[in-house]
Design a protein around this ligand. Structure first.
Ligand SMILES: [Zn+2]
Length: 348
């Protein structure tokens, strides 16, 4: 009887162990090999050489039929707790086959009053509504030195204003609607999504203006913070904190000087907090309820396991971007760029 009991115990232990084995196999039922760095921030996804070469040379990220299965596999490995998934290519600099340093693809939006529709494709990707967007950065350290702040801003902007820009300077030019960026629009500071400093605007009369030089779609990557309008749309500050600014459309001439631009524009629209709200409706969630802390998953896409040096490089960019304090350099991490209102947590 004692022997039988012992046998039963051993047998049930064996079955239990077998079940555990099966369970953990199922949990790890991924198509790719993932590696999680020991600092618990960044991870890697190992592709075969041919798969990686296809992903890079044919821009798999821009192709839904390649992107969606890859993100599905990421969710085979990681829990559905991330607002954003950033894919980072294991490259020293942008591959010649790609034309962008970073790209954000929206997955869901539940914010009203920013000019953007409500939508939710997260279930296609393996998320139950948590995932907001996926981003690809085309080299290993672009989270720090590339357009990470700019691309993140695209989750919330610009869907609000019908901005204009021009292709090149000239005296008899025609501007055109400029998607997603601020174009010839003023801001409290130069915007992450372009635009000039409103306070530099000089009126010369006859629809002629001078402003400090600026970029219509960007102003220097992570070297500048978000401006007030961007922070409002992101849910970081109230609309009452957005200073009045001008949007110029129907631009008819542009002269580029050494540190200023002269331009003429037939239409000048001045936005105030009230006119912005009349145009867009109230932001919902409002500043009191808006999400200000975001969770990021950073996955390096590679065709060979990362070297210690590569791990250290990408981990340092993640540590820097998510630091909730002044980093002491001229670059802005997310906390700095949001003036301490927002924060990002990167964890694997
Ligand atoms: Zn952009």
């Amino acid at each position: 009887m004692k022997r039988l009991l012992q046998l039963l115990i051993i047998l049930s232990l064996f079955i239990w162990v077998a079940c555990e084995d099966e369970k953990s196999n199922n949990q790890d039922d991924t198509l790719h090999e993932f590696e999680l760095h020991s600092n618990n921030r960044v991870s890697s996804l190992l592709m075969t050489s041919s798969e990686y070469s296809d992903w890079v040379s044919n821009d798999g990220f821009s192709d839904g039929s390649m992107r969606i299965p890859l993100i599905n596999d990421v969710y085979n490995k990681f829990a559905d707790k991330y607002d954003f998934i950033f894919l980072v290519l294991n490259e020293p600099s942008i591959p010649s086959s790609l034309y962008y340093y970073g790209m954000l693809i929206g997955i869901s939006n539940d914010v009203q009053g920013i000019g953007k529709n409500i939508y939710d494709y997260s279930s296609d990707y393996g998320s139950a509504g948590k995932l907001k967007a996926v981003m690809q950065l085309t080299a290993l350290e672009y989270l720090k030195y590339g357009p990470a702040l700019h691309e993140l801003a695209h989750q919330w902007a610009n869907f609000a204003l019908p901005t204009h820009s021009v292709d090149e300077p000239g005296s008899n030019i025609t501007s055109y609607p400029y998607g997603s960026h601020w174009g010839f629009t003023g801001g409290s500071t130069k915007g992450q999504l372009g635009g000039f400093i409103q306070s530099s605007l000089i009126e010369n009369g006859s629809n002629s203006y001078t402003v400090d030089e600026f970029g219509p779609f960007a102003n220097g990557g992570n070297g500048i913070p978000y401006n007030e309008l961007e922070l409002y749309l992101m849910g970081m500050i109230p609309i009452s904190s957005v200073s009045n600014f001008d949007m110029f459309t129907d631009i008819t001439s542009l002269t580029v000087n050494s540190s200023t631009f002269d331009f003429t524009a037939s239409t000048r629209t001045t936005y105030t907090p009230q006119s912005l709200e009349d145009l867009l409706g109230e932001r919902d969630p409002s500043i009191d309820n808006s999400q200000k802390d975001f969770k990021l998953l950073v996955v390096v896409i590679t065709d060979s396991p990362l070297s210690d040096e590569e791990w250290n490089k990408v981990d340092a960019t993640a540590e820097w971007f998510s630091k909730k304090e002044d980093d002491g350099t001229s670059l802005y991490n997310f906390w700095e760029a949001t003036n301490g209102e927002g924060s990002i947590t990167i964890e694997n």
